[in-house]
Design a protein around this ligand. Structure first.
Ligand code: 76R
Length: 281
């Protein structure tokens, strides 16, 4: 039994590639091919920069709802783009725009990750929040108890909106990695009852909240869409906080026992034109 009811589905619903709730999300990483860059005439290179600047401009008319560019450290990629939109083809159009530009041979995609925003089934409802306080010994007649429940009730809609229609925080560092919860015979997440998973996720959330104001996280779901179950996007006020939070969470049971991780991408946020300048394109 999961905590949240399934999304509304009606038998006469129109077929659509848009979601009932939430956004499509794509992380795509590019490497600069120096040979292809050397082969461009100065005119084509200038035109390519303009075209890519156009496609990767979040202010462009028709741009995805969210678009963030970063320069990636290490050999895996040079440039990262994260996009979110109700329409997956609006996101794909950016990829096709970059590919078909004069820089199309220069910017080689090296990695991508397809996912959807979601409200996790482990986000406590107001009732679950209130029950948890009572289990911890709070008295429901207390004014303090009532204030905490009311506070949660007031915060929850905005928190849920941020989970499915996220604003990107104004932090300079962005980290992305995919992850699974394992299904090993000795530790099978999917064999645990909801109550046990919920408890582990509550411990996980408590450890995450300690990084409020330093790290902001977005979990996007990818079962059926990509090779891993979730994408983890972390934005940091400083790269050290990214290291600290990921290390801290390794000790949470939900990660220590049940998580496995894919490749990590760490990048520094900038505009497309700043990124192309930095990459000497
Ligand atoms: O959304 C919420 O804030 C409610 C509590 C919460 C949920 C349900 C939460 C809090 N997370 C949730 C779900 Mn998380 N999270 C990760 C990673 O590196 C690792 O070990 C794990 C990668 C990080 C760094 C992180 C950070 N979280 C999830 C899920 C989905 C599970 C499912 O639905 O089955 C995954 C895969 C996952 C992984 N998490 C937080 C954080 C932080 C910083 C918080 C506190 C957020 C806050 O309230 O400020």
């Amino acid at each position: 039994m999961s905590g949240r009811p399934p999304m509304p589905q009606t038998p006469d619903e129109e077929p659509s590639i848009k979601l009932h709730e939430g956004w499509h999300c794509l992380h795509v990483y590019y490497r600069v091919n120096q040979q292809a860059l050397n082969a461009l005439s100065p005119e084509d290179r200038a035109q390519g920069r303009e075209e890519v600047g156009h496609w990767l401009n979040p202010e462009r008319e028709g741009a995805p709802e969210r678009l963030q560019v970063s320069v990636t450290s290490g050999h895996r990629a040079d440039l990262g783009v994260m996009m979110m939109d109700p329409d997956p083809l609006v996101i794909d159009a950016v990829c096709q725009g970059v590919r078909s530009s004069k820089l199309g041979t220069v910017l080689e995609p090296t990695y991508s990750f397809v996912s959807l925003t979601e409200i996790s089934e482990y986000v406590p409802t107001v009732e679950q929040f209130s029950e948890k306080l009572q289990r911890e010994g709070a008295n429901p007649e207390d004014d303090m108890f009532k204030a905490r429940v009311r506070g949660y009730e007031q915060r929850l809609p905005a928190m849920n909106k941020q989970r499915i229609y996220p604003d990107i925080p104004p932090y300079p560092v962005v980290c992305f990695y995919p992850m699974n919860k394992i299904r090993d015979p000795h530790a099978n997440w999917y064999d645990l009852p909801f109550s046990a998973r919920s408890e582990l996720m509550a411990e996980h959330a408590t450890s995450g909240i300690k990084f409020a104001g330093k790290v902001s996280q977005l979990i996007t779901a990818s079962t059926g869409l990509d090779d891993w179950e979730w994408g983890v996007t972390l934005w940091g006020r400083n790269p050290a906080y990214i290291k600290d939070i990921v290390y801290t969470m390794r000790f949470d049971k939900a990660s220590a026992r049940y998580a496995e991780f894919g490749p990590f991408y760490i990048g520094y946020v900038m505009s497309a034109s700043e990124a192309l300048e930095h990459l000497r394109v």
